[in-house]
Each structure stands twice: as C-alpha cells, then as structure tokens.
Design a protein around this ligand. Structure first.
Ligand code: MG
Ligand code: ZN
Length: 352
C-alpha cells in the first residue's frame, strides 16, 4: 500500500517570512533538516505531495513571475538532492473568495491521490491549524512542525506511528484483536486461556523488546489448535507489516542453551515463506496441550510473516524445548528490529 505525505510549503519546507509571501530569492530559506529527513522518509517508501495556499497568487501584489522564480529554485534544490514531489498542488485564491480548493478544504485533491493509500501510514505535515484540519478532512494524521526547530521531531513522530500495527481477525472459531508495538518495552498484555501459551508469548515480548496487546477468544472447548494458529497468523502478518515499514532487513540466528536443551533458530525476513523445524519431543504433551500445536505456531507465523525460519531444538524436556524456541525467536526479532533502524538494504540486489 502507498504511504503518502501531504506537505505544506511555507513554514514547513521553507521558512515563512513576516509578510507571508516568498516573492524574491532573498526570501528563500529552508526549514532545518528538511532534506536529510525527507531522504530518510523516501527510503521508508513515502511519496511526497506539496499542498500550499498562496494567497492571491497572480494578483498585482503577488505576480506569478515573482512567485515562480524562488519556487523553481526551491524545487531544483529538492530535485537535485533526490527529493521529488509527485505533484505540487496550489490554491491561488484569497481567504475571502470562497473557493473549494483552499486548505483545509479538499478541492485540490482527486480520487487518484488516495488510490491504494494506507490511511494509517499517511500524514499531513504543516505549520498551521488549517493543515491539521486538512489532515482530519482527509482522514489521516496531521503532524505540526515548528519552522525554527524543523524536521527531526517530525521524523520521530512518523516512525513512532509506523511502529504500531493493529490487526483484527474474526473467524467462526476465533476472534483476535492484536496490537503490536515496536517500542522496546517488551510487555505482553493479554490472556489466551492457555497459561503455557501466555508464558510463551511473554517470552517473545521479553526477548524481542516488542510489546503485544492481545484480546483473544477461541473455541478452547474443542481444542487449542484454532486459537494458537490464529494468533500465530495475526502475529505473523503484524510482524511482516512492521518490517515492511523499515528498509533494513537482515538474516539472524541465535543459539540458546536451556539446561539440557539447546535451541538453534535462524530467520531471514526475506519475503519468502519457508519453515523447517526439528524438535526432539518427549511424548505428545506439555501440560494438557499437544506439543505439535507449538510447532504449528512457528510454521503459521513463518508463512504469514513471509520469513525463512529454521529451528533445531534438542533436549529432553518439552517445556524447555518449547520455551527455548520462543525465547530464541524473540532474540532474533530483537536483532532484526535493531538493524531496521539502519536504513540501508542488506542485499546485493538492492532490494528484498
Ligand atoms: Mg504553512
Ligand atoms: Zn482555491
């Protein structure tokens, strides 16, 4: 899905002068860090649109030519530094003309601007209340910028929004609501009705630094299979979304000893699902639950997250076998997440 930034011009990309009119080269001054931050946002997959009110553009007080020259210079600077705007949308009317295109009205936009757009991961960025109202009118989040402080806090806010994934999944068998946070807290909040499984999800959170809020209702009176599977599917697709928002993806492995058990786990957020697991299960049960369901958890998660996941777990205690696998998964997720703050793409192909 498309991630879009609708960006105001004056007071957001370039500084707004006291007379609100940039009609000479001498009035052109960039807002701090606009270029490096926009480059990082470009790497995260954002498209840029410029959306600007230019009061009475073309009138005697604001001739088109005196607007165009500094505007073109600004566009040349952005383009030459690798930042391009899909479109520049400008309302040239005055506040009293009653046009339909002056922000916060939405007359400048066409349906194609929103085609395939992810409303949760698209933003309006501007320096005025009208920009925030525009955001509300478009159904996206608005972020206010201070032209003296600049773009770095905007980047922090956008990344925070990108690092939350909420999913709902309802079938005849289960009802799952999950919010996954990349926040470094590592807290699992929720109950599945299977104490051991809660313990395992807690291990993933603790060892990855991810947090999960979970509301899950399943047909446990039949058995645990549907609930564990659907939680794996929901978590897997949430992880995939989370990793898609960062360009950094790497291959990781982790070896974890746990008393007599040793777990070897490796993952690659490759976009290609593959699962291979070897567990030396001792009998069929952990508590009252069949051990195979936890293997099924890893398989379902790998398929849905589109990762390569290899597991080799040897030991003599089913609790240890299972727990070491969940802990190792958490550890590998932590490493992958840390690396995704590095925005380079670790593949010789340049993309994954
Ligand atoms: Mg402005
Ligand atoms: Zn207008």
């Amino acid at each position: 899905m498309r991630k879009v930034l609708f960006i105001d011009r004056d007071g957001t990309l370039i500084k707004e002068p006291h007379d609100f009119q940039i009609d000479a080269y001498s009035k052109l001054d960039f807002v701090p860090h606009s270029i490096p931050v926009l480059l990082k946002l470009k790497q995260l997959g954002f498209e840029f649109f410029m959306v600007s009110n230019q009061d009475l553009l073309g009138s005697e007080n604001f001739p088109l030519a005196s607007f165009q020259a500094p505007h073109d210079l600004m566009m040349n600077v952005f383009n030459s530094q690798g930042i391009s705007f899909k479109e520049v949308l400008i309302c040239p009317h005055g506040p009293n003309e009653g046009c339909s295109c002056r922000k916060p009205k939405v007359g400048l936009f066409k349906p194609t601007h929103f085609e395939g757009m992810d409303y949760q991961k698209s933003f309006v960025i501007g320096d005025r209340e009208t920009d925030l109202t525009l955001a509300k009118n478009l159904g996206v989040k608005g972020i206010k910028i201070n032209q003296d402080i600049g773009w770095e806090p905007v980047f922090v806010e956008i990344v925070k929004e990108l690092n939350v994934v909420t999913k709902k999944r309802t079938t005849k068998e289960t009802k799952i609501e999950m919010t996954l946070y990349k926040d470094g807290r590592g807290v699992f909040a929720g109950k599945t009705g299977i104490d051991f499984f809660d313990h395992m999800l807690d291990q993933i959170c603790k060892h990855s630094g991810l947090s999960i809020d979970l509301n899950a209702i399943g047909d446990l009176e039949i058995d645990e299979h549907h609930l564990v599977e659907d939680i794996a599917i929901t978590l897997g697709s949430s992880l995939r979304d989370l990793f898609d928002t960062g360009a950094g993806k790497e291959r990781f492995g982790f070896v974890l000893p746990m008393d007599e058990t040793q777990c070897l786990l490796s993952i690659d957020f490759s976009g290609r699902p593959f699962y291979q697991g070897n567990f030396t299960w001792q009998g069929d049960l952990i508590g009252n639950t069949n051990v195979r369901i936890y293997e099924h958890f890893f398989r379902s998660l790998a398929m849905e997250a589109k990762i390569n996941l290899h597991l080799d777990v040897r030991g003599k205690d089913n609790h240890h076998l299972c727990e070491s696998a969940f802990k190792s998964l958490g550890r590998c997720l932590r490493q992958s997440l840390t690396s995704s703050t590095d925005l380079s793409i670790p593949s010789s192909k340049g993309s994954i």
